[in-house]
Design a protein around this ligand. Sequence first.
Ligand SMILES: [Fe+2]
Length: 172
Amino acid sequence: MAKSKTKMAPAATPQVGIHIGISEKDRSAISEGLARLLADTYTLYLTTHNFHWNVTGPMFNSLHAMFMAQYTELWNAVDPIAERIRSLGHVAPGSYAQFGALTSLKDAPAVPPNALDMVRVLVEGHEAVARTARSIFPLADKASDEPTADLLTQRLTVHEQAAWMLRANLEA
Ligand SMILES: [Fe+2]
């Protein structure tokens, strides 16, 4: 997917001002980061569900089940990320076009790869989402945005653990 900077949707014009102790500049910068995290998470969700459907071979049972646990977790994660963007006064992206432009992940391959290559794609995906989440941390920290920092901590824990569990399938 495109790595170029993508213009975020303009900030929602709130009917009522937002006075939570975080400047508009900081809320905007954090929301842009969270929009990229949302797009990454959604893209990885879709690829993981795709692989749940299309995995074949002797590892079918374990990978089919592992991918289901992971796509379910990712699906549940998109909502709090999007709602944090809303709490900061910005519009949450929610279309394939926006996600495609914002994500740092490649789209799922059109032809399903073999089982171990699926695992490799997902390891790289979880690592990429972790890098995106980590890159937002300094912004949240600087603005004393504890709810965002907490959300990022949770997402980092999940992605780093998932990457380990997937990676373990590739080791002798
Ligand atoms: Fe299923």
